[in-house]
Write a protein that binds this ligand. Structure first.
Ligand code: GLU
Length: 310
């Protein structure tokens, strides 16, 4: 018997949703719905400086306007679907890792981390040098007098391999290509890598559909799942929508956010039709509802490469 798919929308409410987010949500929704599966909405509002409840409400309104519904979570699901209310859980799982000897304090400053000599990952972020990996307890105590540490996980020197549902086989050397991830920032905010692993597991998510920019985070997440005794969800990393300068759509591209799109008077079916056309699901850019796309959906049709949209 095949397991029922549980997918999710996991937006960060740090601003208005843009077409790139809507594109990932549409594909996550179609993947689950076309297989008779469910969708959970979880607001990833861990960073208090960037995230606001009103943005989360706006995301829900934009998803509903597009015709993308969910079965569990969101504001109707209650406070436990907002990551900011789940800190005690993240701390509990951090403790499990700490007991396994996998956590160490890191006192490096932003400048240390961005030092010119640091090797960089394929997405341009610096790979942690390991400078604080082998500080003695005495050194740790001394440094803690001057600076609150972040907490990092000590990753093993091993290959991580998985098969992405769209991008195909993906392998990296965890220590060399990814380095030790931060799991709790120096200001006490738990990191995305830990929160997403704990929440996907505790919420029963078994299929993660998200933007290709998160492909490079997946090896860390697979490893954390193993260390915490969780099973691995299936991963499908979808293309990014790019603006003409080759950069991923972001808040800079204000005309591509759902606020501007809705204000222009366009119908939700036109937006969905355009996204489905970008994805390769329909041959012409014409209005369609998400429900009408369900029988047409097939991952085999979905393009793998990023898409320039303006
Ligand atoms: N909250 C993340 C974002 O909006 C997505 C996390 C995920 O899908 O794993 O970029």
């Amino acid at each position: 018997m095949s397991t029922k798919i549980t997918g999710r929308f996991a937006p960060s409410p740090s601003g208005r949703m843009h077409l790139g987010n809507a594109f990932s949500c549409l594909l996550a929704w179609l993947s689950a719905r076309s297989a008779g599966g469910r969708i959970i909405l979880r607001h990833e509002d861990l960073d208090p400086a960037r995230c606001r409840r009103e943005y989360a409400d706006r995301i829900e309104d934009d998803l509903r306007w597009l015709g993308l519904d969910w079965d569990e979570g969101g504001s109707e699901g209650g406070e436990s679907y907002y990551q900011s209310n789940r800190r005690a859980l993240y701390e509990q799982y951090l403790e499990v890792l700490r007991e396994k000897g996998l956590i160490y304090p890191c006192f490096c400053t932003r400048a240390d981390l961005h030092a010119a000599s640091a090797p960089h990952a394929s997405d341009g972020t610096p790979i942690y040098s390991g400078a604080c990996r082998s500080l003695s307890p005495g050194q740790q105590r001394e440094r803690a007098k001057h600076r609150a540490p972040a907490l990092r996980a000590r990753v093993p020197d091993r290959e991580m391999h998985f098969i992405d549902g769209l991008q195909g086989p993906y392998s990296v050397e965890l220590a060399r290509d990814c380095g030790d991830p931060i799991l709790r920032r120096s200001d006490g905010v738990h990191a995305y890598q830990l929160a997403v692993v704990v929440d996907d597991a505790l919420m029963g998510v078994n299929q993660v559909v998200r933007g290709r920019d998160l492909l490079s985070s997946t090896p860390w997440q697979l490893w954390l799942q193993e260390e915490l005794g969780f099973s691995h969800p299936a991963y499908v990393h979808v293309p990014l929508l790019l603006s003409g300068d080759g950069k991923r759509l972001s808040k800079r591209d204000g005309d591509m956010d759902l606020g501007a799109v809705r204000a222009s008077g366009v119908s939700p079916q036109s937006v969905i039709g355009r996204l489905a056309f970008f994805a390769g699901l329909i041959d012409r850019d014409e209005p369609v509802s998400p429900t009408e796309l369900i029988p047409l959906f097939d991952w085999g049709k979905v393009r793998k490469e990023d898409i320039v949209v303006k």
